[in-house]
Design a protein around this ligand. Sequence first.
Ligand code: ADP
Ligand code: SF4
Length: 694
Amino acid sequence: MSCKPDEQILSEPVPIGNVTAPNRFFAAPHATGTGSLRDRSTLAIKREKARGGWGTVCTEHAEIHASSDMTPSHNIRFWGTDDQRLATEIATAIHDEGSLAALELTHSGANASNFGSYEPALSPSGGMITPTGGVAPPPLQTRMMDRDDIREFRQWHRDAVGRAIACGFDVAYVYAIPLLSLPGQFLSASFNRRSDEYGGPLQNRLRLLRELIEDAGDAAAGRCAIAVRIAVADFLDPKTGNAELHELFDDIGTLPDLWDVIVHGMSRDAGGARSRQDPGATDVLREIKRLTAKPVVSGNTISDPGTMAQMVRDDVVDLFSAARPSIADPFLPKKMMNGRADQVTHCIKCNICIAGVLQRAPSKCTQNPTFGEQYRRSWRADTVPPRRTRKRVAVVGAGPAGLECAATLGERGYDTVLFERTGALGGRAARESALPGLESWSHIVSDRVKRIARLTNVSIRTGVDVTDAQLQDEGIDKVFLATGASWDRKGGGRCNVVPSRLGTGIRLYTPDDIMAGRLPAGRVLIHDEDQFYMGSTIAGLLAGLGCTVSLSTPASVAAPYTVFTLEQRLIQQRLLRSGVRILPNLQLLSADADHAELACTFTGDRQKEGFESLVLVGGRVPDDRLWHALKTSPANRLDPMRIGDALAPRLLSHAVFSGHKAAREFELDASRDPLDDHAVEQGIGIRQRLLPVA
Ligand code: ADP
Ligand code: SF4
């Protein structure tokens, strides 16, 4: 199948300096939580993207010097010639698939912890170091760079470009994001307080970036293209007609071979599901295209192929950059270029991938359970191992775990029945996607329902409350139990290992009630032990419905885990603006009909909080009743296996992963140590014939 004629433009080659991208799909630089430490995984991730059709594949940050050491983050270390092995392997693997390889050379300046190198961090004007990422910033000062330091830094960057060429890269980056990079810190009017020729007016603040691009061009001498990554939000001002943006592009617009533009800051560019897209981004990109003849690539531009093709014709961008969409579906370009856009797995903007990185763990993806497992489990997003036998299998429960399990078993060729008690598919993903801001969760359901619809060997039976007797009658040989979990009504949670004492007569609600449309009114106290998105989402919903809402939590801020999904500030800001009282550092001791007794988590001091209704967002209780019934019945021969929340209530990403793993490994020896990134690559995916999936 090929795409529509008016979408052919997406498959067109695009010259970038002296190299040519084979198409307009550009896998953006992004952290993976693997870097040089888990180098085989890093390599496998890039290789898969190239196989998926991304015409250009970028690396994550490649730190060019010891003074840009981002420990404990896991980037690519590119301090010197000793560090070229991984970079060379990445460039080679990408070339093997016919794509261009781009190396994101970075120096993080004042943003570098240097915990590993113990070098002082460098900055334009001195002051505190500014590392990002949800950790308490250490009390360290940076060293203000003098002219010698600037000369030395330019040499490090020039040398790094030379090493990038030696490793085989086609594109080398000058990374100039404000605040996150040293050139960007020079560029920033608020950060750069120098009074010499590198500070003051924009012309001066641009000087270092201009010199770096020229140095890189000299070092490359036509052997590789030079890209600049920049965020332009600081230069936008409608009152001046974006005068600074014009000045910037007048000055350096023609210097690099490619402009990689982030319209707003990184946290807005990688905004979570709850953040709003800025409709003005397209206009800014169109303006930039008018200011430079060089190709422009930008993110948040992946949509449907027809719209993307029109964006090229309308001179908005030349190439479409994607970080998260390339994680959720590494094969997105091939699908779009082959007329199979309806088979793309959608990124739901849950930012679990970013949470992994910020927790210094290998990144995972809610929508793509194979992401990060390309090497250590030899999983591929586009293939599954074929069935081993003709066993007939059943999956009970059509939430994220059950849907993923049934789809994957079906793709392997097993005759599969998926049972669901209710009339609707999707379990918690369907329920949660009805909450404000979580609408994109619906893709968890729809993408899997579409996969199943393409299979003739998977049948879905809704409205069936499965019992052990029924499974026997159906001639099932193996059963996977994805029966889910429900929110605890008994006052248990993170802080309350011993549940809070709950008296009688309380108008008590859990998220399950709210999602089922049973809503409280009047004065509502929400006690949030979960501390991710659910408590604050319900608080916002009820405040919007006219309730007087207080949100108590043992944490010091609302929804603290959302720091890792880059949403905490936004969530707290919205709660405060909608009149929600946030009551931090409080444990729920007990509740009676109209009030709760709470205790300070530091002092133990007690306080009473009145309410008309109480919403408990505590732990979740696995529904494993069917599993216990099967274990003790003749149906035990089915070797029932719990998956998803029925096994352990966790994140949506865990439920999908659990369903996928159970299905992919069914009847296979998957004994390889999954955490051994340095094991010889010999997993199940390599040794046997694989079946293509959509
Ligand atoms: P997970 O996140 O693990 O996928 P969910 O709670 O989202 O779990 O989904 C579990 C699904 O299982 C729900 O849709 C529920 O209706 C269904 N379910 C639970 N018990 C049974 C049963 N005995 N028979 C059929 N469906 C069931
Ligand atoms: Fe998208 Fe979520 Fe996957 Fe990240 S984890 S790529 S945000 S679906």
